[in-house]
Design a protein around this ligand. Structure first.
Ligand code: XMP
Length: 315
């Protein structure tokens, strides 16, 4: 049984002894980075600066919610809108690993800039066990480079602190509950954001499509779980595929893209089972997506793959 109180006490003590100076935390607003921020904040107070980077690949209204959360947690924070830089760097990039590396590297570049200006010595990341296990090393194959692990340059000037490195997601949630944090039950969202839910080039236009589709999937599934039509999955979202198919809008031929619905149950993200979504809910999602995304999307499919062999995210 994971002992949250003991973990918090020992970690805060350890952080007090080891972090001697200012630290910067990469704050995405997810449960990992929020718990990490809370622990380090308890240890060094306002010497911790939380930096949220809006990459342009956040979900609908998410960056505004992250800002509110940083205020609620009384963190000393900075908000950087870097969306233009991300879209420029990702122009023409299709390979998933290249996308992940570009996104991770730009994160670090932006953090290093802040760190230099503010004379910060430490970088705090909410890395958890599946992140570094899947990112590979001498012993393991790289399944995918999780951006908070795979994007770190070898000659990074900042000293790295990863208080949650040995924990799995269910344990991080136990910590969040013990710390009374509102984000404790939030579904996971990957560091590279919607960019890895757009298969192929992550342009601004394609990002708007997947953002709306993700919003619809979340909204319908949350409504269905509230009225007890289904159990809330561990994670549920939309993926935009680079596949065109023929459809019909009114009496006109349409040639649009495909959205895949992905919903999974998991405990620790190392394995997962696809979630059974009732047909009535799939129907609502499909109709809403094709209605609101007009001629851009004329087909919706449902991913029924477990992990393994599929990973949770498609890239
Ligand atoms: P996969 O797709 O590897 O995902 O089965 C396992 C869990 O990790 C999330 N994920 C990430 N989280 N940085 C993160 O912090 C990343 O680069 C990243 N890639 C995937 C994914 O959403 C799932 O919950």
């Amino acid at each position: 049984m994971f002992k949250a109180e003991q973990f918090i006490k020992e970690n805060v003590e350890h952080l007090k002894k080891t972090v001697k100076g200012k630290a910067l935390i990469a704050f995405s607003g997810g449960v990992d980075s929020a718990v990490c921020a809370e622990l380090v904040h308890k240890a060094i107070g306002n010497d911790l600066i939380a930096v949220h980077i809006d990459t342009g690949f956040m979900r609908k209204n998410e960056s505004a919610q992250v800002k509110d959360l940083m205020k609620d947690l009384e963190l000393n924070f900075k908000f950087i809108d870097a969306s233009k830089q991300y879209f420029t760097k990702l122009k023409g990039v299709i390979d998933p690993e290249k996308k992940r590396k570009i996104i991770g590297n730009l994160f670090i570049e932006l953090f290093e800039k802040v760190a230099k200006k503010e004379k910060i010595e430490y970088l705090v990341q909410g890395t958890i066990a599946p992140d570094w296990i899947e990112s590979g090393d001498d012993l393991r194959d790289t399944i995918k480079s999780h951006h908070n692990v795979g994007g770190l340059p070898e000659n990074m000037n900042l000293k790295l602190i990863e208080p949650l490195r040995d924990l799995y997601k269910d344990e991080v949630r136990i910590l969040a509950r013990a710390l009374n944090m509102s984000v404790s039950e939030r579904q996971p969202f990957p560091g590279p954001g919607l960019a890895i839910r757009i298969i192929g080039e992550a342009t601004q236009e394609r990002t708007e499509i997947v953002r709306e589709a993700c919003f619809i999937v979340e909204d319908e599934i949350e409504k269905a779980s509230k009225n007890e039509s289904m159990e809330l999955p561990w994670q549920y979202f939309a993926v935009l595929l680079p596949v065109k198919s023929v459809g019909v809008h009114g009496d006109k031929r349409a040639y649009g893209d495909v959205i895949a619905i992905r919903a999974v149950q998991s405990i620790d993200a190392m394995t997962c089972m696809y979630s059974e979504i009732p047909n009535s809910v799939i129907d609502k999602i499909s109709t809403r997506i094709t209605n609101s995304l007009g001629e851009k999307i004329n087909r919706v499919v449902y991913d029924v793959t477990h992990k393994p062999p599929g990973t949770v995210e498609w890239e």
